[in-house]
Design a protein. Structure first.
Length: 462
């Protein structure tokens, strides 16, 4: 009898212990979940591929995120800075630079031409598009993204009608390689439409380099451990992706200052001669010793004639060459131009012209002339000059590729709306400065002599 009672007591005690243990386990899991909130994880497959698993928690509740948004991961070499442009390939693209990219939905990378800002997807023999543009799918409880290698311009690299995988032989990774990862959301990245040509949105921030996301996660640093076929880190073979409510707008301080894109040009209070093209160096540069001629060492300068500062986030300069080529140079987020000041956009800053404001490798000016248009963030035309030799205007009324090389500059006596003729523009006078003493934005090696050097005045309006 006593044995039976002891058995029952043991049985009841065991149940109590089991219940207490279960309660503690549940409480522990909840507490740990609260202490370590996450939006998802980053892991490495057995083959070494980087895979992102992101749950849709928070995405469906955010009014700014919809089907036209883009969820993307930017993968940088250690200490890479998302807000800085990558150096040109000749200077070592892969050093501290955008290395790879992953995305939850296809925005049009496959077929996007960064030089012409156009979209022409390479079609298969049956006229099908291998990578049609896709909206963000909110019916999914989890977004799964795979990393792909980027090219020298920071866009997904293509190989045999597919994107180049993170572990492709052309992209060698090894034990100990370190990367910094940012998760990002681009709002309104795709147009609503029935087909690709309607869905592509060439003005989307997804095509900007450096990147200009609307939401950015805190930095996630990883270290590759191929020998264990996973990522070594604080969370074993996975890295935690911070919750969406910790992501932030890196450009919040200047977005509010930008001009309302829904206003008309008149309502924006931008007169056609408020922001003008004050100097154009289409002819290149030459050192003082005449050793070389750099015909692509070019820049364009804007002058703000008003008493108001303008924020130029989303603005761009469109250049239509005489040979039919068209390129667009976008302004980085938070770009501004103060009152009665100039802003210089150059192709290089390591030759004749230093101290410029914006560097863009796509800047190109045909010696035979070009149409240059300044566009605001809505695509409205703010200022233009047509130097293609049409009636009433000429092919570059100022500037010269002969020694000394010189730029074309707006005359300081201009009135009205400048156009491309000798009434408004002239060759840079020697008094404006081609020497190191007269212009600190020109390298001393390019000071003018009787037969050589470079005459230009970047950073200064006469």
């Amino acid at each position: 009898m006593a044995h039976s009672i002891n058995h029952k007591i043991f049985f009841v005690t065991s149940k109590i212990i089991l219940l207490l243990s279960t309660s503690w386990l549940i409480s522990s899991c909840i507490n740990n979940s609260n202490e370590n909130p996450q939006q998802g994880t980053i892991s490495q497959s057995e083959t070494g591929e980087l895979i992102f698993y992101i749950n849709n928690k928070g995405f469906i509740d955010n009014p700014n995120i919809d089907a036209t948004s883009l969820l993307v991961a930017y993968i940088y070499k250690k200490n890479g800075d998302f807000s800085q442009p990558c150096p040109p390939p000749s200077l070592g693209h892969k050093s501290n630079c955008l290395d790879s990219i992953a995305f939850a939905n296809e925005p049009g990378f496959f077929g996007y031409n960064s030089s012409t800002h156009s979209y022409t997807p390479p079609l298969m023999s049956d006229e099908s598009n291998v990578h049609p543009i896709k909206y963000l799918d909110f019916t999914l409880s989890q977004f799964i993204m795979q990393a792909y290698v980027v090219d020298d311009e920071g866009f997904p690299q293509q190989k045999f009608y597919q994107y180049t995988k993170f572990t492709d032989p052309s992209h060698q990774i090894k034990d100990g390689d370190e990367f910094d990862i940012y998760l990002a959301v681009h709002f309104n990245a795709i147009n609503f439409g029935n087909d690709d040509n309607q869905r592509i949105k060439l003005s989307s921030s997804i095509f900007h380099r450096p990147i200009v996301p609307d939401l950015l996660s805190p930095k996630i640093s990883i270290k590759v451990n191929l020998s264990a076929n996973n990522l070594s880190g604080a969370n074993g073979n996975r890295y935690v992706i911070p919750q969406l409510n910790t992501w932030y707008d890196p450009y919040v301080n200047c977005r509010g200052a930008a001009i309302n894109p829904n206003l008309t040009l008149n309502e924006k209070s931008i007169n056609v001669n408020t922001l003008v093209l004050s100097e154009i160096n289409w002819a290149g540069s030459r050192p003082s010793n005449g050793s070389n001629f750099y015909n692509d060492d070019e820049f364009i300068e804007l002058y703000n004639t008003s008493m108001q500062e303008y924020f130029l986030s989303g603005w761009s300069i469109r250049i239509s060459q005489n040979n039919g080529d068209t390129t667009t140079v976008p302004f980085p987020q938070c770009t501004s131009i103060a009152s009665n000041s100039v802003l210089t956009i150059a192709k290089h800053n390591d030759l004749a012209f230093t101290g410029v404001n914006i560097i863009d490798q796509n800047l190109s000016l045909d010696n035979a002339g070009a149409l240059i248009e300044l566009l605001d963030q809505s695509g409205d035309l703010v200022h233009t000059i047509d130097c293609r030799g049409i009636i009433g205007q000429v092919n570059w009324p100022g500037g010269s590729p002969t020694s000394p090389v010189s730029s074309m500059v707006l005359k300081n006596t201009f009135t009205g709306t400048p156009i491309c003729n000798t009434t408004y523009y002239e060759t840079t006078p020697s008094t404006l400065g081609g020497t190191a003493m007269s212009n600190m934005n020109i390298d001393f090696r390019y000071s003018t002599t009787l037969f050589n050097g470079t005459l230009a005045s970047p950073g200064f309006f006469p």
